[in-house]
Ligand binder design. Structure first.
Ligand code: SF4
Length: 355
């Protein structure tokens, strides 16, 4: 049987996709729209995400053209589905027929993502890369409006935002972005401890983190803050837990998400560990630091361990803490969560992994 013949005159439709998104953003069912490239700060000593890459804001025209390209691919999929009598369902047969009749579509980077997204109802979108709020607010709002006009099925648009950028944004600009459809912000708090924030070159203080988080909440965003248990090493474990809990309590975010610290090879903090300047926490110490913070939390929200980096095991052999993106509701589930942490600590101590 002959394979599909390729038309040399039709290039594949193209749109840009970045590398990172939070695991809580819809699994494989979120559409990724890249509004900037890389991170405008790029100095945090623990982070290797965009090292060596230059930050570039993408133009409104470029991003809107990407959205139009995604829409055109969706149209082709739906047209093929209707032509085959599948009533808009995206079956395997529909995809195979599209690739047979329009083989250039096979070369689209991100085609799987678009198919999964459309098949799941085209509801959630994540804006890439590291700090979409670094774009001029009027430009970002224009992109958001184009996105929601093009895909009325969208229910949630989310993005990473640097705390310092949020801190500098005017409340009216944040409200405009919220009204234009941006719903949830993911902010890397990492720590609330000023000494540690300075050491890791986060470029923001605890007080600024509080002001930034409160601004986001006041503008009506759902706020996810990420903290890094173990980031201060043995040297700063207690102050890291105490001050992070204090800052989180002051902000009162909807979500606090745990991203335990492990050194990323080649980063400045990895070198501090190699030289003995900072000592990594043993698994039991790492977990005990999480316990210290949970004991101090007084906010009404959810604490989540939705990343494989939350490596501690329970007595059954599976993950000690629930890995789902909704986590534990505080204050209602605090006691259960603390009991579970005790179980993990007992297990680690029994097997001699406490030091
Ligand atoms: S702001 Fe975020 S993405 Fe940028 S360097 Fe720091 S941790 Fe990495």
């Amino acid at each position: 049987m002959e394979g599909p013949t390729r038309s040399p005159t039709r290039p594949p439709p193209e749109f840009e996709v970045g590398r990172y998104r939070p695991p809580s953003e819809g699994g494989t069912y979120s559409l990724l729209i890249r509004v900037t490239r890389n991170c405008p700060w790029n100095r945090c000593t623990f982070c290797g995400m965009y090292k060596g890459e230059r930050f570039t804001p993408r133009s409104t025209a470029e991003v809107m053209a990407d959205i139009d390209t995604v829409a055109a691919i969706c149209d082709r999929l739906l047209t093929t589905s209707h032509r085959l009598g599948h009533g808009g369902q995206l079956t395997r047969e529909v995809v195979v027929e599209l690739l047979r009749s329009e083989p250039e579509v096979a070369d689209v980077v991100g085609l799987d993502m678009v198919i999964n997204w459309l098949a799941s109802g085209a509801r959630t979108v994540f804006l890439q890369d590291g700090d979409s709020l670094a774009l001029r607010p009027d430009r970002l709002a224009e992109v958001l409006r184009h996105l929601t006009r093009t895909f009325p099925s969208i229910r949630r648009i989310t993005s990473y935002a640097r705390a310092k950028t949020l801190f500098k944004r005017e409340p009216d600009d944040l409200r405009t972005l919220r009204e234009a459809g941006l719903r949830r912000l993911h902010v890397g708090l990492e720590s609330g401890d000023d000494e540690l924030l300075a050491r890791i070159a986060k470029g923001v203080t605890g007080a600024e983190q509080i002001a930034a988080g409160r601004k986001a909440m006041a503008a009506g965003f759902e706020l996810s803050e990420y903290w890094m248990p173990g980031l201060g090493g043995r040297e700063r474990s207690a102050q890291h837990a105490d001050n992070t809990a204090r800052v989180v309590n002051e902000i009162g975010p909807h979500y606090l998400r745990s991203r335990p610290f492990f050194p990323w090879p080649g980063t400045p903090i990895a070198k501090e560990i190699e030289s003995g300047e900072v000592h990594l926490l043993a698994p039991a110490e790492h977990l005990a630091e999480v316990r210290s913070l949970i004991r101090l939390l007084r906010f009404d929200g959810r604490v989540c361990f939705d990343h494989a980096g939350n490596y501690w095991r329970g007595p059954e052999g599976g993950p000690l803490l629930r890995l789902d993106s909704e986590g534990y509701k505080l204050p209602e589930e605090r006691a259960d969560l603390l009991d579970r942490i005790e179980e993990g600590l007992e297990l680690l101590q029994r097997f001699g992994r406490d030091a």
